[in-house]
Design a protein around this ligand. Sequence first.
Ligand code: MN
Ligand code: ZN
Length: 339
Amino acid sequence: MVTISVLEPHKLAIDQREVHPPSKGEIAIQVMKAGICGSDMHILHGSNPFVNYPRIIGHEFAGVVTALGGGVSGLAVGDHVVADPVISCGHCHPCRIGRSNVCANLQVIGVHRDGGFRSIAVVPQENAVRISPSLGFDVAALAEPLAVAANVLWRTGCTADDTVLIYGAGTVGITVLQVAKMRGARCLIADIDEKRLDRAMEFGADAVINSKLKSVAEAVAGEMDGLGPSVVIDGAGIPALLDEACRIAGPAGRIGLLGFSAAPCNVSQQEIVRKELTLVGSRLNRRFIPEVVEWLEAGKLKPSNMITQTFGAKDARAAFNLIEQNPEKTLKVQLAFDA
Ligand code: MN
Ligand code: ZN
Protein backbone atom coordinates (compact mmCIF):
# COMPACT_ATOMS: atom_id res chain seq x y z
CA MET A 1 0.00 0.00 0.00
CA VAL A 2 1.59 3.28 -1.12
CA THR A 3 2.15 5.75 1.70
CA ILE A 4 3.47 9.29 1.29
CA SER A 5 4.87 10.78 4.46
CA VAL A 6 7.14 13.54 5.64
CA LEU A 7 9.68 12.01 8.05
CA GLU A 8 11.09 15.39 9.03
CA PRO A 9 11.22 18.75 7.25
CA HIS A 10 12.48 18.36 3.66
CA LYS A 11 12.44 14.56 3.92
CA LEU A 12 9.70 12.93 1.88
CA ALA A 13 9.18 9.15 1.97
CA ILE A 14 7.16 7.15 -0.53
CA ASP A 15 6.97 3.56 0.63
CA GLN A 16 4.77 0.51 1.15
CA ARG A 17 3.23 0.02 4.56
CA GLU A 18 0.92 -2.30 6.39
CA VAL A 19 -2.59 -1.00 6.93
CA HIS A 20 -4.15 -1.17 10.39
CA PRO A 21 -7.82 -2.14 10.43
CA PRO A 22 -10.20 0.60 11.62
CA SER A 23 -10.76 0.81 15.38
CA LYS A 24 -14.08 1.46 17.08
CA GLY A 25 -15.86 4.39 15.42
CA GLU A 26 -13.44 4.51 12.49
CA ILE A 27 -13.70 3.54 8.84
CA ALA A 28 -11.12 2.58 6.22
CA ILE A 29 -11.20 4.42 2.90
CA GLN A 30 -9.51 3.22 -0.26
CA VAL A 31 -8.23 6.59 -1.44
CA MET A 32 -8.79 7.22 -5.15
CA LYS A 33 -7.87 10.88 -5.62
CA ALA A 34 -6.12 13.30 -3.27
CA GLY A 35 -5.31 16.96 -3.83
CA ILE A 36 -2.03 18.60 -2.84
CA CYS A 37 -2.55 21.78 -0.82
CA GLY A 38 -0.24 24.66 0.01
CA SER A 39 -0.34 23.46 3.60
CA ASP A 40 1.08 20.06 2.55
CA MET A 41 3.99 21.95 1.00
CA HIS A 42 4.43 23.85 4.28
CA ILE A 43 4.61 20.56 6.20
CA LEU A 44 7.20 19.30 3.74
CA HIS A 45 9.26 22.46 4.25
CA GLY A 46 8.90 22.58 8.02
CA SER A 47 6.90 25.81 7.97
CA ASN A 48 3.60 24.51 9.35
CA PRO A 49 3.51 25.38 13.07
CA PHE A 50 0.87 22.77 13.93
CA VAL A 51 2.44 19.58 12.65
CA ASN A 52 4.63 17.02 14.36
CA TYR A 53 6.75 14.49 12.48
CA PRO A 54 6.76 11.93 11.02
CA ARG A 55 3.41 12.54 9.37
CA ILE A 56 1.42 10.98 6.51
CA ILE A 57 0.17 14.17 4.88
CA GLY A 58 -2.91 14.92 2.74
CA HIS A 59 -6.29 16.25 3.81
CA GLU A 60 -8.17 16.59 0.49
CA PHE A 61 -9.16 13.06 -0.47
CA ALA A 62 -12.01 10.95 -1.73
CA GLY A 63 -12.44 7.22 -2.15
CA VAL A 64 -14.41 4.09 -1.33
CA VAL A 65 -15.21 2.69 2.13
CA THR A 66 -13.51 -0.70 2.45
CA ALA A 67 -13.99 -1.55 6.14
CA LEU A 68 -15.95 -0.42 9.17
CA GLY A 69 -14.76 -0.41 12.77
CA GLY A 70 -17.06 -1.36 15.64
CA GLY A 71 -20.13 0.77 16.28
CA VAL A 72 -20.07 2.51 12.90
CA SER A 73 -23.52 3.28 11.54
CA GLY A 74 -24.77 5.24 8.56
CA LEU A 75 -21.94 4.15 6.28
CA ALA A 76 -21.45 0.89 4.41
CA VAL A 77 -18.59 -0.86 2.65
CA GLY A 78 -18.65 0.32 -0.98
CA ASP A 79 -19.92 3.83 -0.19
CA HIS A 80 -18.14 6.62 -2.02
CA VAL A 81 -16.97 9.29 0.43
CA VAL A 82 -14.94 12.46 0.74
CA ALA A 83 -13.06 13.28 3.92
CA ASP A 84 -13.57 16.29 6.15
CA PRO A 85 -10.18 16.75 7.84
CA VAL A 86 -11.55 18.63 10.87
CA ILE A 87 -11.78 16.50 14.02
CA SER A 88 -13.46 18.28 16.93
CA CYS A 89 -14.24 17.24 20.51
CA GLY A 90 -17.91 18.22 20.53
CA HIS A 91 -17.97 19.49 24.12
CA CYS A 92 -15.74 22.59 24.34
CA HIS A 93 -17.23 26.09 24.06
CA PRO A 94 -16.54 26.60 20.31
CA CYS A 95 -17.96 23.13 19.54
CA ARG A 96 -21.09 23.86 21.57
CA ILE A 97 -21.76 27.05 19.58
CA GLY A 98 -21.25 25.32 16.23
CA ARG A 99 -17.68 26.47 15.61
CA SER A 100 -16.08 23.03 15.54
CA ASN A 101 -13.28 24.19 13.23
CA VAL A 102 -11.80 26.20 16.10
CA CYS A 103 -12.38 23.44 18.66
CA ALA A 104 -10.16 23.79 21.74
CA ASN A 105 -9.01 20.22 21.09
CA LEU A 106 -8.82 20.52 17.31
CA GLN A 107 -7.10 17.80 15.32
CA VAL A 108 -6.67 18.03 11.58
CA ILE A 109 -6.31 14.90 9.50
CA GLY A 110 -3.00 15.12 7.63
CA VAL A 111 -1.59 17.63 10.12
CA HIS A 112 -2.09 16.48 13.74
CA ARG A 113 -2.72 12.90 12.73
CA ASP A 114 -2.05 10.79 9.67
CA GLY A 115 -3.81 11.87 6.50
CA GLY A 116 -4.97 10.74 3.10
CA PHE A 117 -1.84 10.35 0.98
CA ARG A 118 -1.98 6.56 1.29
CA SER A 119 -3.82 3.79 -0.49
CA ILE A 120 -5.98 3.09 2.57
CA ALA A 121 -6.73 5.89 5.02
CA VAL A 122 -8.40 5.28 8.38
CA VAL A 123 -10.52 8.15 9.72
CA PRO A 124 -13.28 8.67 12.32
CA GLN A 125 -16.69 7.94 10.79
CA GLU A 126 -17.78 11.55 11.45
CA ASN A 127 -15.06 12.68 9.06
CA ALA A 128 -16.43 10.88 6.01
CA VAL A 129 -19.17 12.49 3.93
CA ARG A 130 -21.04 10.22 1.53
CA ILE A 131 -21.07 11.29 -2.14
CA SER A 132 -23.06 10.10 -5.11
CA PRO A 133 -21.25 7.36 -7.09
CA SER A 134 -21.79 9.56 -10.16
CA LEU A 135 -19.62 12.32 -8.70
CA GLY A 136 -16.01 11.83 -9.78
CA PHE A 137 -13.45 11.24 -7.02
CA ASP A 138 -11.35 14.02 -8.55
CA VAL A 139 -14.15 16.58 -8.22
CA ALA A 140 -15.12 15.22 -4.79
CA ALA A 141 -11.53 15.76 -3.60
CA LEU A 142 -12.06 19.48 -4.32
CA ALA A 143 -14.83 19.65 -1.69
CA GLU A 144 -12.43 20.51 1.15
CA PRO A 145 -10.84 23.58 -0.51
CA LEU A 146 -14.31 24.68 -1.64
CA ALA A 147 -15.54 24.29 1.96
CA VAL A 148 -12.72 26.63 3.04
CA ALA A 149 -14.15 29.18 0.59
CA ALA A 150 -17.71 28.54 1.81
CA ASN A 151 -16.49 29.13 5.36
CA VAL A 152 -14.90 32.52 4.73
CA LEU A 153 -17.94 33.67 2.73
CA TRP A 154 -20.18 32.56 5.60
CA ARG A 155 -17.95 34.43 8.05
CA THR A 156 -18.23 37.59 5.91
CA GLY A 157 -21.94 37.07 5.19
CA CYS A 158 -21.57 37.25 1.41
CA THR A 159 -24.83 37.55 -0.59
CA ALA A 160 -25.97 38.61 -4.06
CA ASP A 161 -25.96 42.24 -2.85
CA ASP A 162 -22.20 42.22 -2.44
CA THR A 163 -19.26 43.19 -4.55
CA VAL A 164 -16.38 40.98 -3.50
CA LEU A 165 -12.74 41.86 -4.03
CA ILE A 166 -10.48 38.81 -3.85
CA TYR A 167 -6.74 39.23 -3.40
CA GLY A 168 -4.90 36.41 -5.15
CA ALA A 169 -6.01 34.25 -8.09
CA GLY A 170 -4.35 31.08 -6.77
CA THR A 171 -6.22 28.03 -5.52
CA VAL A 172 -7.78 29.87 -2.58
CA GLY A 173 -8.84 32.87 -4.66
CA ILE A 174 -10.36 30.69 -7.38
CA THR A 175 -12.39 28.63 -4.89
CA VAL A 176 -13.65 31.81 -3.18
CA LEU A 177 -14.53 33.20 -6.62
CA GLN A 178 -16.61 30.14 -7.52
CA VAL A 179 -18.60 30.11 -4.29
CA ALA A 180 -19.13 33.90 -4.33
CA LYS A 181 -20.36 33.73 -7.95
CA MET A 182 -22.72 30.91 -6.96
CA ARG A 183 -24.06 33.24 -4.25
CA GLY A 184 -24.73 35.83 -6.97
CA ALA A 185 -22.12 38.39 -5.88
CA ARG A 186 -20.15 40.59 -8.26
CA CYS A 187 -16.52 39.42 -8.08
CA LEU A 188 -13.26 41.25 -8.75
CA ILE A 189 -9.94 39.49 -8.41
CA ALA A 190 -6.43 40.93 -8.13
CA ASP A 191 -3.16 39.17 -8.84
CA ILE A 192 0.25 39.94 -10.31
CA ASP A 193 0.21 37.06 -12.80
CA GLU A 194 -1.59 37.57 -16.11
CA LYS A 195 -2.12 33.82 -16.69
CA ARG A 196 -3.76 33.38 -13.32
CA LEU A 197 -6.02 36.36 -14.08
CA ASP A 198 -7.02 34.74 -17.40
CA ARG A 199 -7.95 31.64 -15.43
CA ALA A 200 -10.00 33.78 -13.03
CA MET A 201 -11.97 35.12 -16.01
CA GLU A 202 -12.68 31.53 -17.09
CA PHE A 203 -14.05 30.87 -13.59
CA GLY A 204 -16.46 33.77 -13.88
CA ALA A 205 -14.70 36.84 -12.49
CA ASP A 206 -16.54 40.02 -13.46
CA ALA A 207 -13.28 41.96 -13.64
CA VAL A 208 -9.61 41.26 -13.01
CA ILE A 209 -6.91 43.63 -11.80
CA ASN A 210 -3.23 43.15 -12.56
CA SER A 211 -1.86 44.70 -9.37
CA LYS A 212 1.63 44.86 -10.86
CA LEU A 213 0.34 47.30 -13.47
CA LYS A 214 -2.22 49.29 -11.55
CA SER A 215 -3.30 50.14 -8.04
CA VAL A 216 -6.03 47.89 -6.67
CA ALA A 217 -7.41 50.81 -4.64
CA GLU A 218 -7.92 52.89 -7.78
CA ALA A 219 -9.29 49.98 -9.78
CA VAL A 220 -12.07 49.26 -7.25
CA ALA A 221 -12.83 52.81 -6.09
CA GLY A 222 -15.90 53.10 -8.34
CA GLU A 223 -17.54 49.88 -7.12
CA MET A 224 -20.85 49.99 -5.20
CA ASP A 225 -21.61 53.50 -6.50
CA GLY A 226 -18.24 54.76 -5.39
CA LEU A 227 -18.31 53.25 -1.89
CA GLY A 228 -15.88 50.44 -2.67
CA PRO A 229 -16.30 46.66 -2.40
CA SER A 230 -18.52 45.42 0.44
CA VAL A 231 -16.48 42.26 0.98
CA VAL A 232 -12.71 41.84 0.70
CA ILE A 233 -11.12 38.40 0.94
CA ASP A 234 -7.40 37.92 1.39
CA GLY A 235 -6.66 34.76 -0.53
CA ALA A 236 -3.00 35.69 -0.81
CA GLY A 237 -2.07 35.71 2.89
CA ILE A 238 0.02 38.87 2.65
CA PRO A 239 -0.21 40.81 5.97
CA ALA A 240 0.48 44.19 4.34
CA LEU A 241 -2.74 43.85 2.31
CA LEU A 242 -4.88 44.17 5.44
CA ASP A 243 -4.28 47.90 5.76
CA GLU A 244 -5.14 48.40 2.09
CA ALA A 245 -8.23 46.19 2.48
CA CYS A 246 -9.47 48.41 5.34
CA ARG A 247 -9.03 51.51 3.17
CA ILE A 248 -10.63 49.93 0.08
CA ALA A 249 -13.69 48.38 1.75
CA GLY A 250 -16.93 50.36 1.72
CA PRO A 251 -18.97 51.32 4.80
CA ALA A 252 -20.28 48.23 6.61
CA GLY A 253 -17.69 46.24 4.70
CA ARG A 254 -16.45 42.83 5.80
CA ILE A 255 -12.89 41.60 5.45
CA GLY A 256 -12.12 37.89 5.52
CA LEU A 257 -8.62 36.68 6.35
CA LEU A 258 -7.30 33.24 5.46
CA GLY A 259 -3.53 33.72 5.66
CA PHE A 260 -1.42 32.35 8.49
CA SER A 261 1.40 34.86 8.70
CA ALA A 262 2.63 35.66 12.20
CA ALA A 263 3.95 39.06 11.09
CA PRO A 264 2.08 41.95 12.67
CA CYS A 265 0.70 44.66 10.42
CA ASN A 266 -0.54 48.19 10.88
CA VAL A 267 -4.21 48.84 10.33
CA SER A 268 -6.00 52.11 10.71
CA GLN A 269 -8.40 51.96 13.63
CA GLN A 270 -10.09 55.05 12.21
CA GLU A 271 -10.94 53.23 8.97
CA ILE A 272 -12.42 50.32 10.91
CA VAL A 273 -14.54 52.51 13.19
CA ARG A 274 -15.57 55.15 10.67
CA LYS A 275 -16.96 52.52 8.29
CA GLU A 276 -17.88 49.93 10.93
CA LEU A 277 -15.79 47.31 9.20
CA THR A 278 -15.93 43.70 10.29
CA LEU A 279 -12.62 41.82 10.23
CA VAL A 280 -12.94 38.07 10.49
CA GLY A 281 -10.52 35.19 10.43
CA SER A 282 -11.50 31.95 8.76
CA ARG A 283 -9.86 28.60 9.45
CA LEU A 284 -10.58 25.31 7.66
CA ASN A 285 -14.34 24.76 7.55
CA ARG A 286 -17.23 24.48 9.93
CA ARG A 287 -18.86 21.28 8.60
CA PHE A 288 -19.55 22.79 5.18
CA ILE A 289 -18.52 19.70 3.21
CA PRO A 290 -22.00 18.08 3.08
CA GLU A 291 -23.37 21.35 1.65
CA VAL A 292 -20.50 21.66 -0.84
CA VAL A 293 -21.13 18.08 -1.97
CA GLU A 294 -24.78 19.02 -2.63
CA TRP A 295 -23.65 21.97 -4.74
CA LEU A 296 -21.28 19.73 -6.69
CA GLU A 297 -23.91 17.05 -7.23
CA ALA A 298 -26.47 19.65 -8.36
CA GLY A 299 -23.94 21.19 -10.78
CA LYS A 300 -24.08 24.56 -8.98
CA LEU A 301 -20.31 24.40 -8.78
CA LYS A 302 -18.26 23.06 -11.69
CA PRO A 303 -14.68 23.09 -10.41
CA SER A 304 -13.14 20.29 -12.50
CA ASN A 305 -11.01 22.72 -14.54
CA MET A 306 -9.18 23.53 -11.34
CA ILE A 307 -7.36 20.21 -11.66
CA THR A 308 -4.35 21.11 -13.77
CA GLN A 309 -2.31 17.89 -13.35
CA THR A 310 -2.76 14.39 -11.98
CA PHE A 311 0.20 12.21 -10.98
CA GLY A 312 0.27 8.57 -9.94
CA ALA A 313 0.94 8.33 -6.18
CA LYS A 314 4.33 6.73 -6.77
CA ASP A 315 5.32 9.84 -8.75
CA ALA A 316 4.40 12.19 -5.91
CA ARG A 317 7.93 13.60 -5.88
CA ALA A 318 7.45 14.91 -9.44
CA ALA A 319 4.14 16.46 -8.37
CA PHE A 320 5.74 18.29 -5.43
CA ASN A 321 8.62 19.43 -7.65
CA LEU A 322 6.23 20.83 -10.24
CA ILE A 323 4.35 22.84 -7.59
CA GLU A 324 7.63 24.16 -6.23
CA GLN A 325 9.38 24.95 -9.48
CA ASN A 326 6.47 25.97 -11.73
CA PRO A 327 3.68 27.13 -9.43
CA GLU A 328 2.20 29.26 -12.22
CA LYS A 329 1.49 26.08 -14.21
CA THR A 330 -0.57 24.54 -11.44
CA LEU A 331 -3.86 25.34 -9.76
CA LYS A 332 -4.70 22.01 -8.13
CA VAL A 333 -2.44 19.02 -8.56
CA GLN A 334 -3.92 15.68 -7.58
CA LEU A 335 -2.46 12.27 -6.81
CA ALA A 336 -4.15 9.14 -8.14
CA PHE A 337 -3.96 6.13 -5.82
CA ASP A 338 -6.24 4.05 -8.03
CA ALA A 339 -3.61 3.05 -10.59
MN1 MN B 1 -6.39 22.22 1.65
ZN1 ZN C 1 -14.30 21.09 20.82
